[in-house]
Design a protein around this ligand. Structure first.
Ligand SMILES: Cc1cc2nc3c(=O)[nH]c(=O)nc-3n(C[C@H](O)[C@H](O)[C@H](O)COP(=O)(O)O)c2cc1C
Length: 446
């Protein structure tokens, strides 16, 4: 039987988070992050994850604030969490398009040191000139080059982490040497980076932090297969998840890697109540809060590329055509590509099923992954993993910070009873929780 891996994502930057619910507390304060992380650790989760975008989204020229905005920077938050947790992995997105490897490698090595080997890096790329404006770079990188820079970025970071060997910190009073000769020396020459010098930070307990990837495109999947320890996905329906799982795992062999070396973890939601019937009713209520009338119109505008504020969310789709060249919702990846095709598909679905705008948005952007009693949810999670839809899940609660408690207190014990989830942490590092071996150095893969 496969073991289930579980992570929690602090929900924020999309409409899964119901920040307007009276039970929601601060989305910005460290107290909320601590409560959620400690709940995950109580549940023996593998890791806590923070996503990140480098520019606030905009809607018709204003900040898009139907979803939470204004979260503090990831690695700073994770460093604070390292002090109040003991075993939980600490994962954050750090962008490989608008950063430099030296600085990112240094900060991640520091997190790994400070946390005792619990750091993980979600390597994302960013394609758009909209984000690039924040860095005076605009759209400096062609979309096709996003992953070549990311791959070289990661290779460079690994070289920097390898520039210190274990035991390089001597603190030898007799000889008067604090570090071994040669510690931190590196030189990297490549197409995107040409750097040489000394790296400031000693090797962390994991050697290399765990590397996560969330790519969807062919290049993204290939990058994950060659270089990542974990890949996230948005495929939470089993019928979509299984082909994704098979496809990504099948790419590993050509890089000399085995199935177990890359964990596939889709994001998922879990709505738990005493009975299945109650959970279904609760899930419906949550979905309607996630897809409010305003969100329904804004998402439709994202695809249509025009102002639709005059339309009734409970009425039919607009009779006007989309404007594929115009962007009214900027920085939101969902509304980036293939908008004409999406509009056609949505219109067909709405016509066939007689759906209003909001009902359509609930159909395409709403819905929960696991809904039911604790037993139903535990069985579904286990079934999904055993039938190779995933190796585990990144759960995204709709409430911050209390939204994970039901899963931790009522579902996790049932998974433990089935023998598919740890009862105690058996290791101290995230690599150990995920069953990953020692990291591979760049020269071993090239
Ligand atoms: C679970 C998940 C988490 C993601 N987190 C982030 C993130 O924090 N920041 C970001 O810029 N992109 C994030 N993405 C977007 C991906 O990095 C990626 O750009 C997207 O899946 C499209 O794939 P592609 O880049 O291969 O085209 C995430 C995607 C998924 C599925």
């Amino acid at each position: 039987m496969k073991q289930v891996h579980l992570a929690v994502q602090l929900p924020a930057i999309h409409n899964v988070t119901v920040w307007s619910d009276p039970r929601s507390e601060s989305q910005i304060s460290i107290d909320s992050f601590i409560r959620l992380a400690q709940a995950a650790e109580r549940g023996k989760f593998d890791f806590f994850f923070l996503a990140e975008g480098l520019r606030l989204r905009e809607h018709k020229g204003e900040v898009y604030d139907l979803d939470v905005v204004g979260r503090p920077e990831n690695l700073t938050v994770l460093a604070a969490l390292a002090a109040v947790t003991d075993r939980l992995g600490l994962a954050g997105t750090v962008n490989a398009t608008f950063n430099e490897p030296y600085e990112v490698a240094r900060r991640l090595a520091s997190l790994d040191l400070l946390s005792g080997g619990r750091a993980a890096w979600n390597v994302v790329t960013s394609y758009d000139a909209f984000t690039g404006e924040n860095f005076r770079r605009g759209g400096f990188l062609d979309e096709a080059d996003r992953y070549t820079r990311a791959a070289e970025f990661l290779r460079t970071a690994r070289e920097l982490w390898d520039s210190w060997a274990e035991g390089d910190v001597l603190a030898d009073a007799a000889s008067g040497h604090f570090v071994r000769e040669g510690a931190g020396r590196f030189a990297h020459r490549g197409r995107h980076f040409d750097i040489e010098g000394r790296f400031t930070t000693p090797r962390g307990p994991q050697g290399h932090p765990v590397v996560i990837q969330a790519g969807e495109s062919d290049a993204g999947r290939e990058f994950a297969a060659s270089d990542a320890d974990v890949i996230f996905s948005k495929y939470s329906r089993l019928e979509e998840a299984r082909p994704f799982y098979a496809d990504v795992k099948s790419r590993l062999a050509k890089y000399g890697r085995t199935h177990g070396q890359l964990k596939i973890m889709p994001t998922a939601t879990a709505i738990v109540a005493d009975t299945d019937e109650e959970a279904v009713a609760y899930a419906d209520e949550i979905t309607r809060a996630q897809v409010s009338p305003q969100t329904a119109i804004a998402h439709l505008e994202g695809v249509w590329g025009r102002d639709l504020s005059g339309y009734d969310p409970d009425g039919p789709l607009p009779d006007v055509d989309p404007e594929p060249e115009s962007l009214v919702l900027k920085g939101h990846s969902v509304f980036r590509k293939g908008r004409e095709e999406t509009a056609r598909r949505w219109r067909k679905l709405a016509d066939e099923r007689g759906l209003s705008i909001r009902e359509l948005m609930i159909e395409v952007h709403g819905g929960q992954t696991f809904v039911g009693s604790p037993r139903t949810v535990a069985d579904a999670i286990d079934h999904y993993v055993q039938s190779d839809g995933a190796d585990g899940f990144v759960l995204v609660p709709h409430l911050t910070p209390g939204g994970l408690d039901e899963v931790v207190d009522r579902v996790v014990p049932l998974l433990q009873e089935k023998g598919v989830f740890r009862e105690e942490y058996t290791g101290t590092t995230l690599r150990e929780h995920l069953g990953l071996g020692a990291p591979t150095s760049p020269e071993e893969t090239s």
